[in-house]
Design a binder for this molecule. Structure first.
Ligand code: KG4
Ligand code: ZN
Length: 350
């Protein structure tokens, strides 16, 4: 299948500098440099630190990806880059680099939507997207439910978080439990030794009064506050905090709400496939609960392997490849980085 497009993808929307290379749906390289350690002591990503780290990492990461794939820039058919949404300064580094490479090597450029790339990456693991599908994207910066009829044309937002993102809730709860950053992986591990039914934490926006207006929306801020109050009460009474039980019960609340709403969206729209993406999709309990509940409804769950769920260059290349194959026109070379890029825009129009 040599006629499938060879596409390079650049991702710099948050704290990962990623360069991926795909041919069609086949992953050839996925080079990554992360500045996560530099943000750890602040308990969250510091935009200026992230931008500087991208600047230092972009050229060597690019070289690693080309070496890993055994190709040169001249072999590449198109360059895709995350144009938004994300941190403005961080996006600018990737967009400027992509323009430089595209101009130097005379390649078409696609400025693509980060969230749509989280959906497209699943094609590298499970093949062409079954459409329509519902996609649930859960990361440190976003929590959205989307209806994907035709990824090249755009996606329809069904709902999103009204306050904290799911990953942000993991990060904040980990911080208050003194567990470090990022919080998701450590809560996931700690929760394995805890009882998910030990503490009945609230399930945001699931009460009958909220369903009319917020059926497919999420809220995690109240949950985070409930965990903080519970831990404070324990500490005040001089009792030890059962960290594993708190982690497991918190995680259960998040996963219960996410899976219930995602599957409700599938039922409502008569959709047979649920795709889960974003960093929180790496969560072991979320994957298991989604599988269990979906199986009962005859719905198929597609979740890429954890390295493809978190931010990376391969996802951007995967979306680029999808657009090239569909005959979508490239973006103009003067394409802007758009920190608030709307979901209705999959790529910056040419
Ligand atoms: O998609 P991502 O790499 O970056 C963006 O935020 O766009 O997601 C990072 C988020 C962090 O909040 C991190 O705590 C969370 O994903 N995360 C997890 C797990 N692994 C990463 N959350 C829950 N369980 C995990 N195993
Ligand atoms: Zn992301």
């Amino acid at each position: 299948m040599r006629d499938e497009p060879l596409v390079l993808g650049i991702e710099t929307s948050c704290d990962e500098t990623g360069v991926g290379i795909v041919r069609g749906h086949t992953l050839l390289a996925d080079a990554l440099a992360s500045s996560v350690d530099q943000h750890a002591r602040f308990g969250g990503v510091v935009p200026e630190v992230a931008s500087r780290a991208h600047l230092e990492a972009i050229v060597p990461t690019m070289q690693r990806a080309l070496d890993e794939a055994g190709v040169t820039l001249a072999d590449i058919d198109a360059i895709a880059v995350t144009a938004g949404p994300g941190l403005a300064g961080a996006l600018l580094v990737g967009v400027a680099a992509a323009k430089g490479y595209a101009l130097a090597a005379e390649k078409p450029i696609y400025g693509v939507n980060h969230l749509a790339a989280h959906v497209a990456v699943d094609t590298l693991e499970h093949g062409p997207l079954p459409e329509p599908a519902v996609a649930m994207l859960v990361s440190g910066g976003h929590s959205s439910l989307l209806l994907v009829d035709d990824l090249t044309a755009g996606v329809q937002p069904l709902g999103a978080t009204i306050d904290d993102a799911a990953g942000e809730a993991f990060d904040k709860v980990a911080r208050l439990l003194g567990m470090g950053f990022p919080g998701g992986p450590v809560i996931d591990r700690t929760a394995r030794d805890g009882d998910p039914r030990a503490i009945a934490f609230p399930r945001g926006l699931t009460a009958a009064k909220d369903i009319d207006r917020y059926r497919f929306d999420f809220s995690f801020s109240g949950l985070k506050t409930a965990v903080a109050r519970w831990v404070e009460a324990r500490e005040r009474s001089g009792e030890p905090v059962p960290v594993a039980d708190v982690a497991a019960s918190f995680q259960e609340s998040v996963c219960d709400v996410l899976t219930a709403k995602a599957l409700d969206a599938c039922r409502e729209h008569g959709v047979q496939t649920l795709i889960i993406g974003g960093g929180v999709a790496a969560n072991s309990r979320l994957r298991l609960l989604a599988e269990e509940r979906a199986a009962k409804l005859g719905i198929r769950v597609r979740v890429p392997r954890p390295q493809l769920c978190t931010d990376n260059g391969a996802m951007v290349a995967a979306l680029g490849s999808h657009l090239v194959a569909a005959g979508v026109s490239p973006s103009p070379l003067e394409l802007p980085a758009d920190s608030a890029m709307a979901l209705t825009s999959i790529a910056v129009a040419g």
